[in-house]
Design a protein around this ligand. Structure first.
Ligand SMILES: [Fe+2]
Length: 203
């Protein structure tokens, strides 16, 4: 690009749909290939595409998706937030069952009274989120906490460190579990959370 008088104009970033960190069928039988193809290839993609479209119309001085989420509101926030949340969700899931270990397990023991209690509380909070939203394991004020957010909202936008998330929008589970959100949550929390990713986020 040649340097021109307009070079100082606000230049919005452009985002690509990040690839899934595993094949579409890798989370079966907990989450089906069909769900992942639709959820990543259609829903997540639409949020990324719409974010790019909106940024073309209303340029924003930002480099990263995190910066766009933190600096935006309304329709742009909803789409950029969902783009970020979904990327974080794919990373929060693991094809292999895992359990927290080491320093992270010690923090869970201290802040929740053990892994089993954490798992129960996480499932209960996620089940109780009314309508569309997200359940999060976060670190805030030096403690691990469970938070839930509605629609596209994310603790990241408020400067809270996110460790893991579960999508509780119906599109995340309706193909595999119909309206039974609790069954989806039990399977994901029991067999598909990526505790290594949570550990990386805690550092
Ligand atoms: Fe989703």
């Amino acid at each position: 690009m040649p340097t021109t008088a307009t070079a100082k104009a606000v230049q919005s970033p452009h985002f690509d749909l990040p690839p899934l960190p595993y094949p579409h069928a890798a989370l079966e039988p907990v989450i089906s290939r069909e769900t992942l193809e639709l959820h990543h290839g259609k829903h997540h993609k639409k949020y990324v595409d719409t974010t790019n479209e909106l940024l073309k119309k209303e340029p924003l001085q930002a480099r990263t998706l995190e910066e766009v989420v933190r600096a935006s509101q309304g329709k742009l926030f909803n789409n950029a937030g969902q783009a970020w949340n979904h990327d974080f969700y794919w990373k929060s899931l693991s094809p292999q069952p895992q359990r927290p270990a080491g320093a992270l397990l010690a923090r869970i023991d201290a802040d929740f009274g053990g892994y089993e209690r954490f798992a129960e509380a996480f499932a209960a909070a996620a089940a109780a989120q009314f309508g569309s939203g997200w359940a999060w394991l976060v670190e805030k004020d030096g403690k691990l906490q469970i938070q839930t957010t509605a629609n596209a909202e994310t603790p990241m936008a408020r400067g809270v460190r996110c460790l893991l998330t579960i999508d509780v929008w119906e599109h995340a589970y309706y193909i595999d579990y119909r309206n039974q959100r609790e069954r989806y949550l039990a399977a994901v929390i029991g067999e598909r959370l990526n505790w290594k990713f949570a550990e990386q986020n805690l550092r």
